[in-house]
Design a protein around this ligand. Structure first.
Ligand SMILES: [Zn+2]
Ligand SMILES: [Zn+2]
Length: 367
């Protein structure tokens, strides 16, 4: 079963040219679950190889604007496309009151939206995995979400099965599924006789915005992947404490104490670029990555190598017929500063946008 995370927005509070606001897509088999939907998330999806699919579920961690402002726009787009598939939005208590305000923005929809408020300790049963809700430590009530797979059956011992007289074929499958089978001679073979010890499933923890919290430490014990915020570096520890955010070092200490396989840091303040956050965290917890927008973390089973970062894994290859990447993604930063105007332009010596506007206003006054 494939399990991965697509990072759609990795900036905290405000977007930057390179990093969008909070949005992470969890993909498990055919399921698509969006966690947080900051402003611009629908466009990040459109720009990614995922596309703006009709997501059935959105989980919001808390009601700071950088985590939900993308919802009204995305819900509206779905309606304009005539969506009929219902959508469920989950979030901490306060979700209904938030939506009574947002409804004025997106108006009438073509599909049902169900709102589910989730409290600390609640668990959503999804068959072979669970979504565990836990409270984190932030300036407002905030949930983290853990995706916890149930243990998998142990490895099937073909030799043992054949020695017991089980023939290869459908009986193998039933034993593997945990069912006892009866052989032609009337003997019964129990699954325990041919299966090894159950193997653990995978756990990924999305903590959302939080100071280093005991609840996260607990739920992340031995997790395959912990996605944790690192809004600040340790030099801004005081600010992190005041705003109930974490530093890279703080998140790394927690990851180390929890014994996770991989720590992914996100929600970076716009004064950081990533490498400095990674350096600080790796000195404490070497298994740290700092994903950029459109990176993927492929959460493989431990025996297949565990989680790995796939850089630009969700960035589509340039569409055909688009000269020099004309979709505008990420190229803006390379344009020469100062607007690259005509050589004849007057030296403005200031804001290249504001200065000509002032000039026009002055000439307009003579009319
Ligand atoms: Zn935030
Ligand atoms: Zn927040």
């Amino acid at each position: 079963m494939d399990l991965d995370l697509v990072f759609l927005g990795t900036s905290g509070s405000v977007p930057t040219a390179r990093r969008g606001l909070a949005g992470t897509l969890v993909r498990r088999g055919g399921e698509r679950i969006l966690v947080d939907c900051g402003e611009g998330t629908q466009r990040q999806l459109l720009k990614s190889s995922v596309g703006l699919v009709e997501l059935p579920e959105v989980f919001v961690t808390h009601y700071h604007a950088d985590h939900y402002l993308g919802l009204p726009g995305m819900l509206k787009t779905f309606a304009l496309r005539g969506r009929e598939v219902p959508l469920t939005v989950y979030g901490p208590p306060g979700l209904r009151s938030l939506f009574s305000a947002l409804e004025r923005i997106f108006g009438k929809l073509t599909y049902e939206v169900e709102l589910v408020e989730l409290r600390d300790g609640e668990m959503l049963d999804r068959g072979d995995y669970r979504i565990v809700v836990f409270r984190v430590e932030h300036a407002v009530g905030a949930n983290g979400y853990a995706f916890v797979e149930l243990p998998r059956p142990g490895r099937f011992d073909v030799d043992a099965a054949e020695a017991l007289g089980v023939e290869a074929g459908p009986l193998f499958g039933r034993l593997q599924a945990g069912e006892p089978v009866q052989l032609a001679d009337g003997t019964t073979v129990a699954p325990e006789q041919v299966l090894g010890d159950p193997r653990p499933g995978r756990t990924i923890v999305l903590a959302g915005d939080t100071a280093p919290a005991a609840t996260v430490l607990e739920v992340a014990q031995g997790a395959d992947l912990l996605v944790h915020e690192a809004t600040f570096a340790e030099e801004e520890r005081t600010r992190a404490d005041e705003t109930a955010h974490s530093t890279a070092a703080g998140a790394a200490r927690l990851a180390s104490a929890a014994g996770v396989r991989m720590l992914a840091l996100t929600h970076l303040s716009n004064r950081y670029f990533g490498p400095e956050i990674a350096r600080e965290a790796r000195a404490i917890f070497p298994g740290t990555v700092v994903p950029r927008d459109f990176d993927i973390i492929d959460v493989r089973f431990p025996e297949r190598g565990g989680p790995r970062l796939v850089k630009s894994g969700a960035r589509p290859t340039r569409e055909e017929g688009e000269p020099h990447g004309g979709d505008g993604s990420g190229e803006g930063g390379r344009r020469p500063l100062g607007g690259g105007g005509d050589p004849g332009d007057p030296p403005l010596g200031g804001d290249p946008v504001g200065a000509p506007a002032r000039g026009r206003a002055a000439s307009g006054g003579s009319r």
